[in-house]
Design a binder for this molecule. Structure first.
Ligand code: ADP
Ligand code: ADP
Length: 218
């Protein structure tokens, strides 16, 4: 579960996130839809404990997931492009992240397999295609087998096959009973991926609805 209560963040005179309150439940994909600059990334960063709210709070499974302690089994996220060391293989990258989180190498093989990178695991990740880098970032988010997952604009720049693959994975992860929040500025993409929609504009919640409700003829 993710819950925000009157979550607020200001940058100077800009209120990036404005008294935002919502909950995200497990079992289906929740889309976080809004134009660029609406406040989606800032909201996710506060949920992750990377940014400090100016008001309100963000809870993950009922607790603040702060900068101090970030258990990988609670929350996994794909935000910006994953930072990669030059020359390091995809597998070595994941092993380093796993080790830092007390996760064993066997789990690295599992997540590589899940994202279809087993064959490329020994190649330098910095030379991966954009789609492969996204898969590696998703593998990293999955390392701790977290119950809650957040993806910030995961399909940006991907080809149609990569988009379809991510869509299927998100739906599978939700069907496994996880809480899945995915942001996008594309209504068409969200209609194909999400069951529930949180629509945000200028930091405010505009709608909390389902795709079925939006697409049913009036
Ligand atoms: P989205 O993810 O929906 O595109 P963001 O959360 O990135 O939106 O941005 C929301 C608003 O906050 C925008 O007006 C953006 O310019 C501003 N903003 C985001 N991060 C910063 C920052 N570090 N410093 C100043 N302004 C920021
Ligand atoms: P530090 O700056 O010591 O690393 P944090 O940035 O994690 O600590 O948190 C500092 C303060 O920011 C907290 O005491 C709390 O007031 C606020 N804060 C951090 N995360 C949240 C959150 N998810 N919801 C509400 N307030 C938060």
């Amino acid at each position: 579960m993710i819950e925000t209560r009157s979550l607020t963040k200001r940058y100077g005179r800009v209120t990036a996130v404005d008294e935002l309150s919502f909950t995200v439940a497990p079992g289906h994909v929740t889309g976080f839809l809004g134009p660029n600059g609406a406040g989606k990334s800032t909201t996710m960063r506060m949920i992750l404990g990377l940014d400090r709210p100016d008001g309100g709070e963000a809870l993950v499974d009922g607790r603040r997931y702060t900068a101090i302690r970030r258990p990988a089994h609670v929350l996994g996220a794909l935000l910006d492009a994953t930072a990669l060391q030059p020359g390091r293989s995809g597998r070595a990258h994941l092993r380093a992240v796993a080790a830092a989180n007390g996760i064993g190498a066997a789990r690295v093989a599992e997540v590589l397999d899940r994202v279809g990178l087993t064959g490329a695991a020994r190649r330098p990740a910095s030379a991966y295609s954009l789609g492969m880098k996204q898969r590696l970032g998703i593998a990293q988010a999955l390392l701790g087998d977290p119950g809650v997952l957040m993806f910030d604009e995961p399909v940006n720049g991907l080809d149609p096959e990569g988009v379809r693959w991510i869509r299927g994975l998100l739906r599978d992860l939700a069907a496994e009973g996880r809480t899945v929040l995915v942001s996008s500025h594309l209504m068409t993409e969200m209609a194909l991926t999400a069951e529930r929609l949180l629509v945000i504009g200028r930091g405010k919640l505009i709608a909390d609805t389902t795709v079925a409700a939006l697409t049913a003829g009036g």
